[in-house]
Design a protein around this ligand. Sequence first.
Ligand SMILES: Cc1cc2nc3c(=O)[nH]c(=O)nc-3n(C[C@H](O)[C@H](O)[C@H](O)COP(=O)(O)O)c2cc1C
Ligand code: SF4
Ligand code: SF4
Length: 242
Amino acid sequence: MIFYFSATGNSRWAALQLAEMLGDRAVDMMKRDPGGYDLTGQTVGLVFPVHAWGVPGPAERFVRKLRGKPSFAYAVATCGAEAGKALEMLSGVFPLDSKYSIVMPDNYIFMLEPETGDAAREKVRAAGPKLRKIAAEVQARRPSEDVERGKLAGLKSGPVHALFTRFACSTRPFYADIRCNGCGLCVSVCPEKSIRLENGKPRWGTRCCQCSACINRCPVEAIQYGKGTRKRGRYRLEALLK
Ligand SMILES: Cc1cc2nc3c(=O)[nH]c(=O)nc-3n(C[C@H](O)[C@H](O)[C@H](O)COP(=O)(O)O)c2cc1C
Ligand code: SF4
Ligand code: SF4
């Protein structure tokens, strides 16, 4: 069984690729009840995006609730460049036999232009051989570590990640501009269930892991985060690969 968490499609794509190579099943963490599985004796894969060199809150909470002792467990972190110690953090919650990172286009729209175009497509292409290597090692149940941690990983995944979750995850700067047509997609994709429609417009509650699903996936690009995102593009793997 492969469980994935994904805001803009990268981790979902990686999980589906692995499932196909391994003849396994990939399921969306946000659509399942973690208590409904007994993983005893199973091979279990976890695929998630790196958020500030750590594990996104909704994915960590899901994994904490899984029951049973797998016979082999591995995790794949997708990231724009470096995973820091995100996999070690996850292993503290759910012991892992193998840890991997895969570099994919960066969707961090809140401060940067999300990656698009040929450079982004090249990252996706380059991920293919690594996924095949991971699948072969999982198939052989060979413990392995192949993680791009980057420099100062302890500092980034420790204090910097803690500062990110404490101070950078505000919903206050979110708003929908006049292009919003009230379709409600942002409500359904929010893993924190933080968005509701009021008079046909989204309103944000306080919980947010900054996954970027709402802002990157709004079909008419109506969602903004302060002033900085007005001129930025949006990222969805599906759109990149079209
Ligand atoms: C809030 C946030 C924080 C991120 N932090 C990192 C990071 O620390 N290192 C990195 O390489 N990429 C980082 N990224 C980029 C994502 O990890 C990367 O684009 C990932 O593949 C997105 O996966 P998804 O489409 O499945 O959500 C971050 C993205 C977001 C939205
Ligand atoms: S996804 Fe976009 S268009 Fe649809 S309700 Fe949300 S902000 Fe409005
Ligand atoms: S409000 Fe937007 S960025 Fe925050 S958790 Fe929900 S979908 Fe993700």
